[in-house]
Design a protein around this ligand. Structure first.
Ligand code: TYD
Length: 130
């Protein structure tokens, strides 16, 4: 999803994100920064959580796999670009550039019970249609 960046090159930009543009009510915001280039993060899916990932500085590569086994790779390199990650999407984040800051808007509070951190369990749940 793309957001409207207000402003011009000479003065900089501002990106507002309002209720109407997103698919859920934001209940939590967190950000990831100072991740070394050779580190990959994520390696989980969420049972119910929905999130929007925005790389507000630098760039990062996001790999996603859905319940049908479809794999997609996305490059987030624009602060006006958001990647929606719904429930039951196995995802990893890698190739963080120097200074990359990944902002995440989430539909619910942190709950470790909502995580599926084991890939085999994720695939089993997919096969069972959960
Ligand atoms: P995790 O979601 O595994 O991060 P990543 O997928 O980027 O590696 O979270 C890393 C740690 O931070 C883990 O111990 C849980 C904790 N955490 C919170 O306490 N609150 C939060 O909102 C999030 C996202 C993580």
């Amino acid at each position: 999803m793309s957001f409207k960046a207000i402003g011009e090159k000479c003065e900089g930009y501002l990106v507002p994100i309002e209720d109407i543009q997103i698919l859920f009510n934001i209940r939590r915001v967190y950000y990831v920064y100072n991740t070394p280039k050779d580190i990959a993060r994520g390696f989980h899916a969420h049972k119910e959580l929905e999130q929007i990932l925005i790389c507000i500085n630098g760039s990062v590569v996001i790999n996603c796999e859905d319940v049908e086994g479809r794999k997609e790779q996305y490059i987030l390199n624009n602060p006006a670009l958001g990647l929606y990650i719904g429930r039951m999407i196995w995802h990893t984040m890698e190739q963080f550039s120097d200074g990359a800051i990944l902002l995440v808007l989430a539909s619910d509070l942190y709950n470790e019970e909502d995580y599926i951190r084991d890939y085999v369990e994720f695939k089993n749940r997919c096969n069972r249609g959960e």
